[in-house]
Design a protein around this ligand. Structure first.
Ligand code: COA
Length: 332
């Protein structure tokens, strides 16, 4: 059976850093509250005019260079984002043009904080049906939809992009082993952006009502995220006959350190098995998982053949997990 293997990973965050102390000057909050309730100390914020396709191109060009891949050999580009440059055309199309991937097709998908998992599954399916080189991007410019007068949401998010290259491997021990992916649209009222779509097109009234920003019922999301991310992480291991001890690194979505702690504890992981970088980046939505993978690869916290477990939860609700064995394996 042909499996999709991750054969390269890169990421990009904008230069500008916004600390909790910077936020103290904007809203009624403080560093102690933010660190104790979320684990976040700072986040990166896009420069004026820097959009999701710009950040993605930074990550993808590095990916092409590091993997020795020619842009014209890319078959498809899939972009997970809730903050595309524009509603259309897709961010994937803009990236395709900017990097000169003349042969590639592609599309965006909206899975919020689980978007990278959904895109990875889509990319993996393309590889299993004949595509040889697929780029999967997770990117979000959350600062473009944050209300910097709302302390409930503006402290949580940051901007960033990550990209992986998927290629076929016939080595049955390597690549993406399994996924558990879910949607429960009854959660739509708890986390959303109310205006700017077909339900409420932009008007002066929607702008005045601050409806082009993120709305979140933090407590409801917190409860569901803690429960579902823990459950899905344990379930995928059990389904595939593994235990937490078999996993090299657990890369959970970085929304809140307390949610990660619950998920890691319930699934049975030791601290050293868990990627935690929320202190530096905040919640970058679709970018947290590739940012995390890039970090553990560069810091040599994983080696060829290690089991990697991704898990995420986000707006929709959406949630899921993907289990893979890291490294190229034998190429098909
Ligand atoms: N600074 C200081 N106080 C704040 C604050 C801030 N930035 N934000 C909220 N508060 C206040 C609240 O107003 C509330 O005050 P009150 O009791 O007087 O009403 C108090 O702190 C507690 O608020 P609560 O919402 O219960 O805090 P919490 O412990 O649930 O933490 C979140 C809030 C948002 C950090 C937390 O609910 C969370 O992380 N939710 C999930 C976020 C998430 O995962 N989102 C993305 C989906 S992937």
């Amino acid at each position: 059976m042909i499996r999709a293997a991750i054969t390269g990973v890169t990421s990009y965050v904008p230069k500008k850093v916004m600390t909790n102390f910077d936020l103290e000057k904007l809203v009624d909050t403080n560093d102690e509250w933010i660190v104790s309730r979320t684990g976040i100390r700072e986040r990166h914020i896009a420069a004026e005019g820097e959009a999701s396709s710009d950040m993605s191109v930074q990550a993808v060009e590095k990916l092409l260079k590091e993997t020795g891949t020619k842009a014209e050999d890319i078959d498809a580009i899939i972009v997970a984002t809730v903050t595309p440059d524009m509603l259309f055309p897709s961010t994937a199309a803009l990236i395709q043009n900017k990097i000169g991937a003349t042969k590639a097709w592609g599309y965006d998908l909206s899975g919020a904080c689980s978007g990278f998992l959904f895109a990875l599954k889509s990319g993996s399916s393309l590889v299993q049906t004949g595509h040889k080189k697929v780029i999967v991007v997770g990117v979000d410019t959350m600062s473009s939809i944050l209300d910097y007068t709302d302390r409930n949401t503006c402290i949580l998010f940051g901007d960033g992009a990550g990209a992986v290259l998927l290629e076929p491997t016939e080595d049955e021990n390597y690549g993406i082993i399994d996924e558990l992916l879910f949607v429960d649209g009854s959660g739509a009222d708890a986390l959303n952006m109310k205006a700017g779509g077909s339900r409420k097109p932009a008007t002066h009234e929607t702008v005045d009502a601050r409806e082009h920003f993120i709305y979140q019922d933090g407590r409801s999301v917190f409860k569901r995220a803690s429960m579902d991310m823990a459950q899905v992480s344990a379930d995928i291991l059990e389904k595939n006959g593994f235990t937490a001890e078999d996993v090299g690194i657990f890369i959970p979505h970085q929304a809140n350190k307390r949610i990660i702690d619950v998920a890691a504890r319930k699934a049975g992981f030791k601290d050293e098995q868990v990627l935690l970088n929320i202190d530096k980046y905040g919640n970058t939505t679709a970018a947290t998982l590739p940012l995390g993978l890039d970090e553990v690869v560069r810091e040599k916290r994983i080696k060829d053949g290690d089991l990697v477990l991704f898990a995420a939860f986000g707006a929709g609700y959406t949630w899921g997990s993907i289990l893979l064995r890291y490294g190229p394996g034998k190429k098909g």
